[in-house]
Design a binder for this molecule. Sequence first.
Ligand code: ADP
Ligand code: F6P
Length: 320
Amino acid sequence: MKTIGVLTSGGDAPGMNAAIRSVVRTAHIRGLKVKGIMKGYQGLIDNEIRDLNPVDVSDIISCGGTILYTARCDAFRTPEGQRKAAETCRANGIDGVVVIGGDGSFRGAQDLSAQGINTIGVPGTIDLDIGCTDYTIGFDTAINTAVEAIDKIRDTSTSHERCSVIEVMGRNAGYIALWCGIATGAENILIPERYDGDEQKLINMVIEKRRKGKTHHIIINAEGIGHSMSMARRIEAATGIETRATILGHVQRGGSPTCKDRFYASMMGAQAVELLMEKKTNRVVAFRGGVFRDYDIGEALKMTKQIDPKHFDMSMNLSR
Ligand code: ADP
Ligand code: F6P
């Protein structure tokens, strides 16, 4: 192992830069050269590669986004795209690749590994929806950004005695919604894992809480449920309480990473390099049960994790 590549793929996440920095600096100490692969797997297909020296990653640990850019690359899903990507690695002397991204990116890493290029995945997604790991880089920053925004919406919601439906990201997973809902004292948290779709029940709760004297009503709606705008219109029509919907959107993906994201990114990036040094391939770095470890990607992709029902039930008790 003389030269390794690093790429970021799928949705960006705050902390990806900290992981890139850790890969570059750890590799340098271990006598390896690092090449930055631009725009995820697209950069491997288009041969968009640049040298990354320790100095090139100065001043990025506090930056959101990814200096390597990212992409969702359909061409890489084809055997031809995967062959081309492996050829690019060989042409650039890249013996191993660190892939920072989510589940989809790990599927890609599995394919690249099958082409004979050693690959190690690092979990980077704000959604926290990777089964093998309790932590994913970007989640902490995203929830803190969302909480700050929700607190602000609550101020104006209270002043106007309104109901607010606030939609947060998370694709099909409700982790962002659950954490933000608990942390902001939301009256309702709608997550795909638990929402039964009974809107009348929701409407009854809005009416009941207003009757008991609550001057606002915050509903955190996970992206996986969606339809926040029409939901707000229906709640307003049914309750007579002015209701506004806010979709927080991509603001949740940006910004300077929190300490926690920088810490995990630094640990995981370094561990990925160590695994490549040990000639491991088709593995993913994880933080599970309080320790950093690694799993076979195939095994990791089969692993599932569940929202703790106790957390959800507790949130309902606290919002009475
Ligand atoms: P994430 O990594 O955040 O889950 P995506 O699901 O969009 O994001 O995946 C990122 C990229 O990984 C895709 O654009 C594609 O290039 C690659 N990828 C995803 N799934 C596969 C697959 N089954 N086979 C090969 N490559 C894949
Ligand atoms: O996976 C991260 C994420 O932000 C999801 O929460 C969301 O569903 C998706 O990416 C949005 O993707 P895009 O940036 O392509 O709109």
